[in-house]
Design a protein around this ligand. Structure first.
Ligand SMILES: C[S@@+](CC[C@H](N)C(=O)[O-])C[C@H]1O[C@@H](n2cnc3c(N)ncnc32)[C@H](O)[C@@H]1O
Length: 258
């Protein structure tokens, strides 16, 4: 198990990791929230620069693998600036809905011009709230997705459990998250890039060394793909599988609520 792992105990009420730093569990959301508020206006630009545009490909692949249908009701947990919500909305169409759910107002606002400029704004519903306590009814949705968000929660397993709760039986889960490359030489190169270029670019372009130090650190602390699969199965998801993207820089997990 990685040191942060996914379990919400025994960390609850004690300490957890925020990047490589051990902090009181109750402070992590404030720290993470501060990072996203600082970088919100430059978040999309940073994603595109730092991933050389690959994040668009990862998001398109992940949403395609989820296999949404027209008319589906979907939640995009930790949806931020709405990239995944917009992709989902393209498939579910006007007869479906995508709930864009995020705790951070600045991130939601930063994505608003993209949603407004699309023809899909009627399909997307904004909800500000904590992914660990979704304000939606049990068994109310056809699909739940989360992109690069679950790692940021103080209790990632609580977020996944909530996604399971709001899904209808047979509803589909997709979790897209960063991981570490499989090939050793590529991993070493990626490590070098992660701990030098990323924080420097974060400081220069987004004005935050801290947010872009937290990013690679939190990835290293997060559960490995096999561990995340086991957690999903333990929560009651079936047909759990994952696919590595770009040698494992990102991983998409899929599952179905039994
Ligand atoms: C790395 S961004 C991902 C945004 C978007 N899904 C994407 O793929 O570009 C992580 C998002 O998680 C949100 N977040 C962090 N903690 C949260 C929580 N407890 N509940 C809901 N959203 C949270 C942040 O505000 C941020 O928008």
């Amino acid at each position: 198990m990685t040191e942060q792992g996914l379990k919400d105990s025994p960390d609850r009420g004690e300490t957890t990791f925020c990047g490589f730093r051990q902090v009181p569990a109750k402070e992590k959301s404030k720290l993470v929230g501060g990072h996203f508020t600082t970088v919100a206006a430059r978040y999309d630009l940073m994603n595109t620069l730092l991933s050389f545009g690959l994040h668009h490909l990862w998001k398109r692949t992940a949403v395609r693998l989820l296999g949404l249908k027209p008319g589906d009701w979907v939640i995009d947990v930790c949806g931020g600036t709405a990239d995944l919500a917009l992709l989902a909305a393209q498939t579910v169409g006007v007869s479906g809905r995508v709930v864009l759910y995020d705790i951070n107002r600045a991130m939601l606002e930063a994505g608003r011009p993209k949603v407004a400029a699309s023809s899909l704004s009627e399909t997307i519903i904004y909800l500000q709230g904590d992914a660990q306590r979704l304000s939606l009814a049990d068994a109310s949705l056809d699909a739940a997705l989360v992109g690069f968000g679950i790692r940021n929660l103080t209790h990632p397993e609580a977020g996944l459990k909530e996604m399971h709760r709001v899904l209808k039986p047979g509803g589909k889960l997709m979790c897209l998250e960063f991981s570490t490359p499989k090939t050793p030489w590529f991993r070493r190169l990626y490590d070098l890039y992660s701990f030098t270029v990323i924080p420097l670019a974060g400081k220069i372009i987004a004005g935050s060394w801290g947010a872009y130090t937290y990013l690679p650190e939190s990835i290293r602390k997060f559960a490995l793909p096999e561990e995340l699969s086991a957690t999903l199965e333990g929560l009651g998801f079936s047909q759990v599988r994952y696919r590595r993207l770009t040698n494992g820089i990102a991983v998409v997990h899929l599952g179905v609520k039994s």
